[in-house]
Design a protein around this ligand. Structure first.
Ligand SMILES: NC(=O)c1ccc[n+]([C@@H]2O[C@H](COP(=O)([O-])OP(=O)(O)OC[C@H]3O[C@@H](n4cnc5c(N)ncnc54)[C@H](O)[C@@H]3O)[C@@H](O)[C@H]2O)c1
Length: 270
């Protein structure tokens, strides 16, 4: 792998990855709507709106692999999700095809399966149950990744991220957390592992409370270095500051399941 594009480079995860990725991919191009304030002289940046195919093609041209962090990362109006996450994901894969990019890593989200109740243990072969329009857009991105792998030979890895952060921020994140360095390990599998065709894994560190069966990640050689439970005290201290929401606590997607909720609790997520 020579040249890698990181979209969404100005976001929370992007800023963390800018520090960690150059050790493995020194030839890194960054893209986002606007450049990071602290862009370094050695960093290459190409501004691109994901909703504009020509701009995305300009960002993609000449790279071998893409880590596609760009897009809206929580619930928004349909018009916004449509532009950045639906049209944006399609444009990204289409630009990759046109420019002979070999691999795309697509960070999906546990919100694609957010309406499953927390007593379930999910593999990657379950039907999607999105928590929100955001979760729906991630399910769409996973499907685009499958289409471009099967129809056009792109190698794609979708990572259903729980929560990338320095520490697990509350009780729910003890199930969902992935450290930035473990996330980089999964990204490297996506960009380098010879067996990747279209693959789907969960983006989690080694978490005792995980709701997911991440067998495929381990088959691909994933060996997480971090464990959410090691930060239990911090997470529970943060949790104590929050007001409990019984509806959010019932589903894997948490709070995003409650946004605009008008469902039937007897039936949701069953
Ligand atoms: N943070 C997490 O724990 C987490 C969990 C699950 C999934 N993810 C996914 O990982 C990715 C990165 O997450 P994040 O927390 O850094 O999100 P973020 O919101 O901090 O960053 C996303 C970046 O995408 C850019 N963006 C939005 N719309 C765009 C558009 N139309 N064109 C170009 N750029 C656009 C934004 O400017 C922003 O810098 C997202 O796709 C998110 O859905 C993150």
């Amino acid at each position: 792998m020579t040249k890698i594009l990181l979209t969404g480079a100005n976001g929370g995860v992007g800023r963390r990855l800018r520090r960690l990725l150059p050790a493995f991919y020194p030839n890194l191009r960054l893209s986002d709507l606007t450049p990071p304030d602290d862009l370094q002289p050695h960093e290459e940046f190409v501004a691109a709106d994901l909703a504009d195919l020509a701009q995305v093609e300009a960002a993609v041209a000449g790279v071998d692999g893409i880590i596609h962090l760009g897009g809206l990362s929580t619930e928004y109006d349909w018009a916004d999700i449509l532009q950045s996450n639906i049209i944006g994901a399609y444009n990204l894969f289409e630009a990759a095809r046109k420019h002979n990019v070999r691999r795309v890593v697509f960070p999906s989200s546990n919100q694609a399966v957010g309406f499953y109740p927390r007593h379930r243990r999910l593999g990657t072969d379950v039907t999607v149950r999105p928590s929100s329009r955001y979760g729906l857009s991630k399910a769409f991105g996973e499907a685009v990744a499958a289409l471009y792998a099967d129809k056009h030979g792109l190698r794609t890895l979708c990572i259903r991220i729980g929560r990338v952060h320095d520490l697990p921020e509350d009780e729910r994140r003890l199930a969902l957390w992935i450290s930035p360095r473990d996330f980089v390990q999964l990204i490297r599998i996506g960009l380098e592992h010879p067996d990747i065709h279209f693959d789907l894994v969960y983006g989690l560190s080694s978490n005792d409370r995980s709701w997911y069966d991440n067998t495929r990640a381990y088959e691909l050689g994933y060996s997480p270095e971090d464990r959410a439970e090691d930060h239990r005290e911090h997470a529970m201290a943060e949790q104590a500051k929050l007001v409990r929401n019984p509806l959010a606590d019932r589903f894997m997607g948490g709070r995003l399941c409650t946004v605009e909720y008008s469902g039937d609790l007897e039936r949701s997520g069953t």
